[in-house]
Design a protein around this ligand. Structure first.
Ligand code: HEC
Ligand code: HEC
Length: 361
């Protein structure tokens, strides 16, 4: 994870990654029947060499592709019965996570894991609580096929979208492809997800400018505790822009007291040391994403702190960094103030559904 160190540099201004290259109405020579709304791309921090490090070479970010992925993210026609979209479980008003403990998919099916936030997911080396997807492109088609989520097949989803002229035209214009394919759907959605970013929290701004007064004194004390006495930074690495932890998967004991616990990373890797280990999640916008943990079992951030004060849930694979903590009331409030200071704004357009291309019979 050498790339992380590139981002320690502190820079002050935000950079505009170019305005949309085309007018909303025209795609090169083509004129579309359906006029997609083309959003303005986010202002990525300048130290983030986004093209080089975080965007696959074969899937560059363009405003038209973001517009297409934005539509697909909010379109229920990707699901088998036309009732569920990505946004049904990743709700903008809940920090792009699910306020329900278990997400409800097609036909009312309920899953055992809480939907994590999509915010800053572009920085995840591996996706899902158990890290079973290696890229946003790969991840995006997973829920479409998952029987308890969108319960569709990829051929059926592709056939459905191919009947919508506005999608056919956009896929052709964006990817220069005669056909809509699942692969291209994944690329478009992943590109939209790379715009669901939070870079301007008060803490980020104080880091970028060196102006400590942008966060409260309590948050500053909380930052210190987080990095030192409370031991949080042994697992959660919060730096400017990126939060990739040193070891991605850790066992904190969440859910391990059940008769048949979710074994997390182990299910995917088969490695003994991965039993009960889950991905260390981002803490950006964490005040918005309750409930917490892979099973959504902790309702508030205060509950999360109490859990850590108890040293997690004892089990044979508990990470050795999980030690009981003694926090005073003031220290607990300071840590909460720090966590609150990590909440910033995501680009406004991402939080609402765009106009969708209509069905034509
Ligand atoms: C029925 C609810 C549901 C729907 C619909 C859904 N998701 Fe999810 N999403 C989840 C759950 C639950 C997880 C965690 C699953 C796991 O880790 O095993 C998840 C995980 C993710 C992650 C991983 C984040 C991380 O940090 O690892 C991303 C990204 C994501 N979903 C994007 C999408 C996209 C894109 C769509 C639409 C194509 C979508 N989701 C549809 C519930 C849903
Ligand atoms: C041993 C590594 C480790 C340590 C130490 C640790 N965490 Fe975590 N943290 C994790 C992992 C792993 C998860 C996800 C656990 C799960 O869902 O099973 C998590 C989850 C969380 C969540 C929930 C986020 C969400 O979206 O659900 C918060 C908040 C959090 N940690 C804050 C803290 C704070 C504050 C501290 C210090 C008091 C701390 N963590 C110490 C590894 C750690």
């Amino acid at each position: 994870m050498k790339r992380r160190f590139l981002f320690f540099a502190i820079v002050s201004a935000a950079l505009v990654i170019g305005p949309p290259a085309f007018s909303p109405l025209a795609y090169g020579q083509q004129t579309l029947d359906f006029e997609p709304e083309i959003p303005e791309l986010p202002h990525y921090p300048p130290e983030l060499d986004i093209e080089l490090f975080w965007v696959p070479e074969d899937n560059p970010i363009t405003a038209q592709k973001v517009a297409l992925g934005w539509q697909l993210f909010y379109d229920t026609r990707l699901s088998s019965d036309g009732t569920i979209s990505c946004a049904s479980c990743h709700l903008a008003e809940a920090g792009f996570a699910d306020p329900k403990r278990g997400s409800v998919g097609v036909g009312g099916a309920v899953g055992g894991r809480n939907a994590p936030t999509v915010i800053n997911s572009m920085f995840n080396e591996l996706l899902f609580w158990d890290g079973r997807a290696a890229s946003l492109e790969e991840q995006a088609v997973g829920p479409i096929m998952n029987s308890i989520e969108m319960a569709n097949t990829l051929p059926a989803m592709v056939a459905r979208l191919s009947r919508i002229p506005g999608y056919r035209e956009q896929f052709s214009a964006v990817f220069d492809s005669d056909e809509i394919t699942a692969d291209l759907v994944g690329k478009a959605i992943a590109t939209f997800e790379r715009t669901v970013v939070s870079f301007n929290s008060p803490w980020d701004q104080s880091q970028a400018t060196g102006d400590e007064t942008l966060i409260s004194e309590a948050a500053r004390r909380g930052n210190e505790l987080f990095n030192n006495a409370a031991g949080c930074a042994q697992c959660h690495v919060v730096t400017r822009v990126d939060e990739v932890p040193f070891d991605l998967f850790q066992n904190t004991g969440i859910g391990m007291d059940l008769d048949e616990p979710d074994l997390g990373r182990f299910v995917h890797s088969g490695e003994e040391e991965d039993r009960g280990a889950f991905k260390t999640p981002t803490l950006r916008n964490v005040t918005e994403t309750a409930p917490y943990m892979h099973d959504g079992s902790l309702e508030t951030l205060n509950d999360v702190l109490l859990f850590y004060e108890n040293g997690g849930n004892s089990n044979p694979w508990l990470d050795e960094k999980m030690k009981p903590l003694k926090l005073t009331e003031q220290e607990r409030e300071d840590l909460l103030a720090f966590l609150k200071a990590l909440t910033g704004d995501v680009p406004a357009f991402t939080k609402r559904a765009p106009p969708l291309p209509p069905d034509v019979d």
